[in-house]
Write a protein that binds this ligand. Structure first.
Ligand code: MG
Ligand code: ZN
Length: 224
């Protein structure tokens, strides 16, 4: 019984890996830097993308794929920032897989995209297992959560290329221990830079924008 389950899982992941490679080829062909944005529900992924797209679109071309179980609420919010966006409704699936992302790419102007943000379904568990062909994984958490998140969900943090801590404007009102969180991140993902900001006030966001622009420039662009 156990063996059977493992076999099915392996096949699903193998199929996913093929689609992820195809996505990677497509990104390479169109010189698109693909960023997989991961967090729990309510950490502020969509708010972060609304701000990021509004600012970055003045310098480079950005597109967005958003995954949620239901509704196109997030896509509508991001569309107001004036960038191309596609909503994927996963139904019951608690993560995006490479095939779903591949479907969304058909509706996005890849030729005119420098950075593609993939807002994953809010979940810190299985999105860690599903490669969607992205170049970078960004993990977001907010001070309204617990500083022990990196210790509780190590796989997703271990693979992070950077970690963002959002809602810092709430620090005076919550019990979140920022120093402890920094220590936990240092323990789990010492390689990942940590950005602390508030999407509400905008404080701290410029470091994040610069990191993105530098990553894009290093991959495909000219320095800007
Ligand atoms: Mg969202
Ligand atoms: Zn899942």
């Amino acid at each position: 019984m156990t063996t059977k389950v493992i076999t099915i899982d392996t096949q699903i992941l193998k199929k996913n890996e093929i689609a992820a490679s195809e996505n990677r080829e497509l990104f390479k062909k169109h010189k698109v830097l693909a960023i997989n944005l991961l967090s729990s529900p309510g950490s502020g992924k969509t708010a972060l993308l609304v701000h990021t797209c509004s600012v970055l679109k003045e310098k480079i071309n950005v597109s967005v794929t958003v995954g949620d179980l239901q509704t196109e609420a997030d896509a509508l919010r991001i569309a107001r920032a004036g960038v191309p966006v596609v909503q994927i409704n996963t139904g019951t699936a608690c993560h995006l897989d490479a095939h779903m992302v591949q479907q969304s790419l058909k509706s996005l102007p890849l030729e005119q995209t420098d950075i593609l943000f993939i807002e994953n379904v809010g979940n810190l568990v299985c999105p860690a297992t599903f490669d969607v062909g992205e170049h970078l994984k960004v993990v977001l958490l907010s001070v309204a959560e617990g500083e022990e998140k990196p210790l509780k969900y190590p796989p997703i943090f271990q693979h992070a290329d950077c970690v963002c801590i959002n809602k810092t404007d709430l620090l005076p009102h919550v019990d979140f221990n920022l120093n402890q969180c920094r220590d936990n991140l240092q323990r789990i993902c010492p390689h990942a830079p940590v950005f602390e900001f508030s999407c509400k006030t905008g404080e701290g966001l410029s470091t994040w924008y610069n990191w993105l622009l530098n990553k894009w420039a290093a991959a495909f662009g000219e320095a800007c």
